[in-house]
Write a protein that binds this ligand. Structure first.
Ligand SMILES: *Cc1c(COP(=O)(O)O)cnc(C)c1O
Length: 422
């Protein structure tokens, strides 16, 4: 059973049927306990390697930026990895500490740099020479020295989906490994910068730690070469990317096992260790609850048309990603047994790519509730209003309490900023 479910149809002490009754569907449901357990996996791995005193777990906000989720991590002492000024504002609104924020992203604007400097973030993860010069200029205007790390592209093959592989020479991310020494030398000469670290992020949904361990070795080699020239770095940021279980019986590694080869390398050193996990902190702490609207037997396939769609959860349409889909048992259900059939689980959006799952064996009746599992990461964060569909409500379960952490959008809100011609 998915780690988020305490029993079929239950999250912590709450029945999903009650969540649907109270808040409607489609609805994202999160578990505070599951978020905390995922965070503890990282913290414990750091402790095991003697790194708890010199490390920072920066949750990658883009995986799920709901304020309640950010707040749960902020209370645990987490830092944050942001990729925009918008995410900076969210983290601060959620109670995150500016000095624990690292700012990633390939093309930060002047305004974003200024806001982050004024907030006093931990570090800018800089990805190009051009960005380095712009940051130097903006920091100078504010009379500050900006803390910088260079995102180095270690040119390792993360062996994941091409859309989420980021550490190859052919990707748009980072400074090429072969240019890194030279770019550091230039950075060290810019008066309004403080060179403090090095970072990388080679991809997402990584199941084998070997590529990340190889990248860590490459970073360490660079850090030592820089030190020999008098450029001494204070932190090494190994990025995020640890994969999660999406399909039962297809287990992703435990955090301790995945992180061991990376952290054992860093434990021998003195720099602060920074990590940027996104998916692995939230993915299996969230599910998408949806109701079966229409059962439609087809000539070749049976369709179960549900009230959630590709605009709510884009991953299946975008990456052909698999999410386990389970039926939520109805309280007091009984009566005639429903035959199990093989269904295409699809949404109401006008696109043939609008599916949540292919070929699922389920015994369904109209009105049944389904839980699309492992949807906590890159689910709501990628949701859109395509087909003028209001985005789903979000609810966080904490023990026996349910908290509405984002109201369902209203149709009127969707075009409130639009204008007709005079
Ligand atoms: C997306 C991203 C992450 C998080 O990746 P996950 O696979 O969700 O852990 C970390 N760092 C950077 C720079 C990213 O772009």
């Amino acid at each position: 059973m998915n780690p988020m479910l305490s029993a079929p149809g239950r999250v912590e002490a709450v029945a999903l049927a009650d969540v649907a009754r109270e808040f409607g569907t489609p609805c994202y449901v999160y578990s505070r306990a599951a978020l905390e357990a995922a965070y503890a996996g990282y913290r414990d791995a750091l402790t095991q390697h003697g790194l708890s005193g010199r490390s920072l777990i920066c949750y990658a906000v883009k995986a799920n930026s709901n304020l309640a989720i950010l707040n749960v991590f902020a209370r645990l002492g987490a830092g944050f990895d942001i990729v925009s000024g918008g995410e900076l504002a969210r983290v601060l609104a959620a109670g995150g500490e500016a000095k624990k924020i690292v700012f990633s992203g390939v093309a930060k604007s002047r305004d974003e740099m200024r806001a982050a400097l004024q907030a006093g973030i931990h570090c800018f993860n800089v990805e190009s020479l051009s960005e380095l010069h712009l940051l130097n200029e903006v920091a100078g205007e504010l009379g500050q020295r900006a803390p910088v790390s260079l995102r180095v592209n270690p040119d390792v093959d993360a062996k994941t989906h091409p859309y989420i592989s980021t550490g190859l020479k052919s990707n748009k991310f980072g400074v090429a490994f072969t240019d890194a020494l030279d770019v550091y030398r230039q950075a060290a000469k810019l008066p309004n910068l403080r060179v403090t670290g090095i970072d990388c992020h080679i991809g997402s949904q990584l199941l084998d730690p070997a590529p990340a361990a190889e990248a860590t070795d490459k970073l360490i080699g660079l850090v030592d070469a820089l030190a020999a020239e008098g450029i001494v770095l204070q932190h090494i940021d190994v990025g995020g990317g640890m994969g999660i279980t999406y399909q039962a019986n297809d287990p992703a590694p435990a955090a301790a096992d995945y992180l061991a080869p990376i952290l054992s390398r860093l434990a021998k050193r003195t720099e602060q260790v920074v990590m940027e996990p996104g998916r692995s902190l939230v993915g299996n702490a969230g599910l998408l609850l949806t109701e079966v609207r229409v059962l439609k037997p087809g000539e070749v396939k049976n369709f179960a048309i549900v009230d959630a769609a590709m605009n709510d959860l884009a991953r299946p349409a975008l990456y052909d990603a698999w999410h386990d889909i389970v039926k939520v048992p109805q309280v007091g259900a009984g009566g005639t047994a429903i035959p199990q059939k093989t269904y295409e689980i699809v949404g109401p959006v006008c696109e043939s790519g609008d599916f949540l799952g292919h070929d699922r064996d389920l015994a369904l009746a109209e009105g049944d509730l389904l839980a699309v599992l492992s949807a906590g990461a890159y689910g709501m964060a990628m949701a859109s209003n395509y087909n003028t569909r209001p985005r789903a409500a979000e609810v966080m379960i904490d023990g026996d309490s349910m908290h509405l952490v984002r109201e369902r959008e209203k149709v009127a809100d969707l075009f409130a900023a639009e204008k007709r011609l005079p």
